[in-house]
Design a protein around this ligand. Structure first.
Ligand SMILES: Nc1nc2c(ncn2[C@@H]2O[C@H](COP(=O)(O)OP(=O)(O)OP(=O)(O)O)[C@@H](O)[C@H]2O)c(=O)[nH]1
Ligand SMILES: [Mg+2]
Length: 478
């Protein structure tokens, strides 16, 4: 799927007869003049959609026209008798008027182009009704009835400039948001070699993108993946691990430095037991610090938890069970063992890097194979990546979420079709899968709310708008 660049757009609604009047292409030129002024006043392109003559234009609004209107933040009807007598124009007008009911983020900016004189214009009832309804609404219009479309006429130019300025003023909050939203966030997944970095990427994307190797180095060079969704992309960097030979580490460090120079939104340092802080982990953190990375951007993803051991009540030394569900460990003893291990890692971290201010909340236990606690890890990143990029992260994580749900649903289907197990067992398994799906959905909701809060806070810091209005903008755009 293509990444969607957010762009503020408008829609020109007009009768082609008015454009063809004396063969002057008046409306087309007028539209171009407005676009030029909006560009000059705002510093960015704000295209106004005008249907081309070769577009199929029948009695019923085409899906393309509807889509264009839905995506348009403003609507410019060219008001003339022809306009209200044209069926497609009437429909466009009605359609856009209707869409105004649900949002404050759209507006109609009409241009009076020709007189609608009650004594002259032969309007039918429908046209008259529409025209009257139109006059009752509060509108921000421009009056060109006494002016020619003439770029050398100062009165015309002044009128168009002031009209374009009004549109830009209305769009200003949205333009501020868009400027930031189009930045692409990125996440670097790094750490010691063989800890499950590539496995994390593969699970996140729901397919095998990178080479995973047991016992030997899997990743030997930089891989850049793009987590694509309709709302925007998130770039994920999968890199070789540190803690190899001196020569190889030197090259790996070069790769890390290059990425950091490009600027990253968030960094996941994957860590694993048994050593709280292994050599490769320490080398990674050391490098990040030496490159002046804001340490709040770092999340320590505690993976391969089944490598952890603990003593049970009988004094038996046990290993944490493999995580095979999205619930993660449920055994209290196991949970405690994980927490103790996190504590130890935290102590190591602060012993090696005193005064850096690492917090224990930066260490998140997860499972790179099942995807357990992925949300928690990304929540932590969402709090630290520039909030403007958070929306893209949300879209991308949503996509990963859908894939996880799909995987669960496939699992459920295969259980349902399994004839080798008893009905009772089957039912138990299905209940378990269903609760897992429910858990995923709940996690998604928490994540979405967090993103909303982050974005609302961010937008609130850029522009002076009420939370209600900001929510309005967000809902329109995302
Ligand atoms: N038990 C267990 N094994 C894992 C887990 N994650 C990864 N592995 C295994 O660990 C090995 C290394 O995984 P990779 O994903 O290649 O690790 P990497 O960090 O990308 O390694 P390099 O690219 O060599 O630095 C593979 O055999 C994986 O199957 C996990 O959560 N639990
Ligand atoms: Mg790898």
């Amino acid at each position: 799927m293509e990444s969607k660049e957010y762009q503020v757009k408008g829609f020109l609604s007009y009768s082609t007869q008015d454009d063809e009047f004396f063969n002057r292409k008046d409306i087309t030129r007028l539209k171009q003049n407005i676009e030029n002024y909006m560009r000059r006043l705002s510093g960015i392109d704000i295209p106004v959609f005008q249907y081309a003559e070769n577009m199929k234009y029948g009695q019923i609004l085409s899906d393309e026209i509807k889509r264009q209107m839905q995506e348009s933040s403003f609507f410019i009807p060219i008001i003339t008798p022809n306009y209200f007598m044209s069926q497609p124009c009437r429909e466009e007008f009605e359609y856009y008027m209707e869409s105004l009911k649900s949002t404050e983020c759209r507006r109609i900016f009409p241009i009076y182009f020709a007189d609608i004189d009650d004594n002259v214009a032969a309007l039918d009832n429908e046209a008259i009704n529409l025209y009257n309804r139109y006059r009752e609404t509060q509108l921000y219009y421009c009056d060109l009835r006494k002016l020619q479309i003439d770029e050398t006429n100062s009165d015309y130019i002044k009128t168009i400039e002031s009209f374009s300025k009004n549109i830009c003023k209305f769009l200003h909050p949205l333009l501020q948001i868009i400027k930031h939203v189009n930045e692409e966030p990125s996440i670097l997944i790094c750490g010691a070699t063989g800890v499950g970095k590539t496995t994390t990427v593969n699970t996140l994307f729901g397919k095998k993108l990178g080479h995973v190797e047991g016992g030997r180095r899997g990743t030997t060079q930089l891989h850049q993946h793009t987590l694509m969704s309709e709302g925007g992309n998130v770039i994920i960097y999968d890199v070789p691990g540190l803690g190899d030979s001196k020569e190889i580490d030197k090259q790996t460090k070069k790769i890390y430095s290059e990425i950091i120079k490009l600027g990253v939104g968030g960094i996941i340092v994957v860590i694993v037991p048994p050593r709280p802080a292994a050599f490769g982990t320490l080398e990674t953190v050391k490098l990040l610090i030496s490159k002046n990375v804001d340490i709040r951007k770092i999340v320590f993803g505690y993976n391969k938890l089944s490598y952890l051991r603990y003593d049970d009540d009988d004094g038996e030394n046990k290993k944490i069970a493999d995580i095979d569900s999205l619930f993660g460990p449920v055994d209290e003893k196991e949970k405690k063992a994980i927490d103790d291990a996190k504590d130890m890692f935290f102590q190591d971290l602060n012993a090696y890097f005193p005064d850096k201010g690492f917090k224990k909340e930066q260490i998140i236990e997860y499972d790179s194979i099942s995807g357990w606690n992925f949300y928690k890890m990304f929540e932590t990143i969402a709090k630290v990546i520039p909030p403007n990029a958070a929306i893209k992260l949300k879209k991308a994580v949503d996509k990963a979420h859908n894939e996880l749900v799909e995987k669960q649903e496939k699992k459920r289907k295969s259980v349902e079709e399994d004839i080798t197990i008893t009905d009772e067992k089957k039912e138990q398994k299905i209940i378990k899968i269903n609760t897992e799906i429910q858990k995923l959905n709940e996690e998604r909701e928490t994540f979405t709310n967090l993103i909303y809060d982050t974005v609302i806070e961010f937008i609130g810091s850029v522009i002076d708008l009420s939370v209600k209005k900001i929510k309005n903008w967000i809902n329109k755009w995302f």
